[in-house]
Design a binder for this molecule. Structure first.
Ligand code: PGA
Length: 251
């Protein structure tokens, strides 16, 4: 199995002091834990401060979004080069809030993912169905479509830096976690799809995170599934004790 990867998505939370405190608190708590890859994804404006707070620790940093152009007249957008400049290693693309609140399309998400890879960042591609899609038995079709469109044009070599995060939209921030079995079923489907799109070896090595109300109490059960390689954590990543407990559980 691939090395577990736990990432915290802080979304539009924290302030300058809180972001630095959260990052340095985690760095202290996690000192010496090397068996899990850990990343935190703060808001853009706190990336620099968080980079300073985690310097020298094994915690890596990701951004929550990226724009696909290198530079120019794109008011409000942030390029791959800028993210690398402030020490980001990862970037989340296609989070459900960007798809459903901000209206991002699969095509835009694919351009962002491609820009991240070619610019040297490791993207976390988020996919997941809405509640009505699950109830209409469309989960596999929706998720498979998002994976295929998100990864369009991505080469086998480039897949080495890609993480896929399955986040059922109805489980995000709602306190409703997918059952361990629901998560495993979709993760296994994604892995089969990656084997079709690439090959078994790439499918086996690609890390597939689960996200959606992951917390200390359900970490062990979710991670016990053969196709759950990590977690993308929202709310519970905002508390040092909770996020550290989750990482220690996996370690
Ligand atoms: P949640 O968010 O853990 O607060 O449900 C997960 C996510 O959106 O990545």
């Amino acid at each position: 199995m691939a090395k577990p990867f736990i990432a915290g998505n802080w979304k539009m939370n924290t302030d300058a002091a809180g972001a630095a405190a959260l990052a340095s608190g985690l760095a202290n708590e996690l000192a010496g834990i090397g068996s899990v890859d850990v990343a935190v994804c703060p808001p853009f404006v706190y990336l620099q401060a968080v980079a300073t707070a985690i310097a020298g620790s094994q915690i890596k940093m990701g951004a929550q979004d990226i724009y696909f152009e290198d530079k120019g007249a794109f008011t409000g957008e942030i390029s791959c080069g800028m993210l690398k400049d402030v020490c980001c290693s990862y970037v989340i693309v296609g989070h459900s809030e960007r798809r459903h609140v901000l209206g991002e399309t699969d095509e835009l998400i694919n351009r962002k993912l491609t820009a991240a890879i070619t610019g040297g960042l490791q993207p976390i591609l988020c996919v997941g169905e809405l509640l009505e899609q699950r109830e209409a038995a469309q989960t596999d079709a929706v998720v498979a479509g998002q994976v295929k469109k998100g990864l369009a044009g991505v080469t086998p070599e480039q897949m080495q830096v890609v993480t896929v995060a399955y986040e059922p939209v109805w489980a995000i921030g709602t306190g409703k976690t997918a059952t361990s079995q629901q998560a495993q079923e979709v993760h296994a489907m994604i892995r089969r799809l990656l084997a079709e799109l690439y090959d078994e070896s790439i499918a086996g090595k690609t890390r597939i995170q689960y996200g959606g109300s992951a917390k200390p109490a359900n970490t062990a059960e979710l991670m016990a599934n053969p196709d759950v390689d990590g977690l993308l954590v929202g709310g519970a990543s905002l508390k040092v004790a909770d996020f550290a407990t989750m990482i220690k559980t996996v370690a």
